[in-house]
Structures are given as structure tokens and as C-alpha cells.
Unconditional design. Structure first.
Lengths: 113, 110
């Protein structure tokens, strides 16, 4: 099993450009999450999904959209990137909620100039 | 809203014990977690404890929970240089989401 994979690993955007980050998991997990990690801020939840076709807002959803058309994939979109979205983005998945382990991907480092 | 606080930095010598502390505010927290993040990598779950437990031990790791004071600690016995990483405390009370602390950077010197 590859676990949780993220594409791309690094990206540099100009302000106003758009992009999509792809997260894929091969563990047949129901739940998937997108976090951003900023220095001194820890991890903050952007959006999450509790199953195929569902999405929900997390703590910092503004400026991002997500889609979960297939159970194994969770896409994070930035329609018009801003420098404030410079961050490291982590995807995670879990079999279910509650105490179930969240498995994290390796992260995507995004810089918006 | 929920808040999870951790000290930002801890430095120990190899072979010593490390204790990383965490406080949380949500009294309805059901599960409390410790994650480890090595440089350039994602988070890895180390251990978790149910809120009705006081202690959990797993090899070199000991988790203590004081629910009254909403205080969680992670003790690493015989700390090794490979334990150098950022350690995140997290609490879960909702259906599926976690609230993370800002992380404690543990530096282990030889």
C-alpha cells in the first residue's frame, strides 16, 4: 500500500493563479482531510469529507474549494491564489472518525508570490 | 472554541527522559492524541488515550491524563537522537475532526 500520497510535492504560483492539489489514498478510508501548516500555527483544518460525494468546512475554509468525487481522491482547489495561502498542505485519511488513526501524506509546499 | 496549548521547545540529552506537556480547553474531549512530525514529513500517530483513562504506556512512551486540569503529557524514556522531531498534541471531541496544538520541537543532543 502506498498509503496517502499527495501531488505535487512543491509548487510556486503567482498571485491570482489557480491550482488543484491532489490527495489519493489506497486504504479504502471513508474520511479525508486537508490541513495547512504554518510556522507557529500548528495544523489547521481547511475542509474534510466523511465519504464520497460529501465535503464540510473546517476551521479555515475561505479561499479553498474541495471535491470528493471518488472515495480514494480528495482534491483541494485554489481558484485565485494569494500570498497568505503560502503554506505546507497536508492531506490525511482515516477509516472512520473518533479515535481512528489519521494517516498523513508527505505534504505539498506551496509558495504564492 | 477549542484550544490546545503546548510549550514550543524542549531540549534534552540523549538517555534522559523527555516530558512534553499539553493543555486543552474542551471539556467534552473524548480522545487525546500525540503525533510526531520529522523534518519534511507528514504527521505520524504515536499514541492516543481515551478521556476516561489516566495513563497509557507503550514501550518507551507514557501518556498521563489529568482530566480535571485538562492536562496531557507525553513522557519518552531513554530519549534518543532519533526522537528529535516536532510533537503535536491533539484532541478530538467532534464526530471526525481533531484540534491540534502548535507543536513542541524536541531536540535531543548526544
Amino acid at each position: 500500500n502506498a498509503g496517502v500520497t499527495q501531488t505535487p510535492k512543491f509548487r510556486v504560483l503567482k498571485t491570482g493563479q489557480s491550482m488543484t492539489l491532489l490527495c489519493a489514498q489506497d486504504m479504502n478510508h471513508e474520511y479525508m482531510y486537508w490541513y495547512r501548516q504554518d510556522p507557529g500555527m500548528g495544523l489547521r483544518l481547511i475542509h474534510y469529507s466523511v465519504g464520497e460525494g460529501t465535503t464540510a468546512k473546517g476551521e479555515v475554509p475561505d479561499g479553498y474549494n474541495v471535491s470528493r468525487l471518488k472515495k480514494q481522491n480528495f482534491l483541494l482547489g485554489l481558484e485565485s491564489a494569494a500570498p497568505s495561502q503560502t503554506s505546507v498542505y497536508f492531506c490525511a485519511s482515516s477509516r472512520q472518525g473518533g479515535p481512528d488513526t489519521q494517516y498523513f501524506g508527505p505534504g505539498t509546499r506551496l509558495t504564492v508570490l | 472554541g477549542e484550544d490546545v496549548e503546548q510549550s514550543l521547545f524542549l531540549s534534552v540529552r540523549e538517555g534522559d527522559s523527555s516530558v512534553i506537556n499539553c493543555t486543552y480547553t474542551d471539556s467534552s474531549s473524548t480522545y487525546l492524541y500525540w503525533y510526531k512530525q520529522e523534518p519534511g514529513a507528514g504527521l505520524q500517530l504515536l499514541t492516543y488515550i481515551f478521556s476516561n483513562m489516566d495513563m497509557k504506556q507503550d514501550q518507551r512512551l507514557t501518556v498521563l491524563l489529568n482530566k480535571k486540569d485538562k492536562h496531557l503529557s507525553l513522557r519518552i524514556a531513554d530519549t534518543q537522537t532519533g526522537d528529535s522531531a516536532i510533537y503535536f498534541c491533539a484532541e478530538g471531541s467532534g464526530y471526525s475532526t481533531l484540534t491540534f496544538g502548535k507543536g513542541t520541537m524536541l531536540l535531543v543532543s548526544p
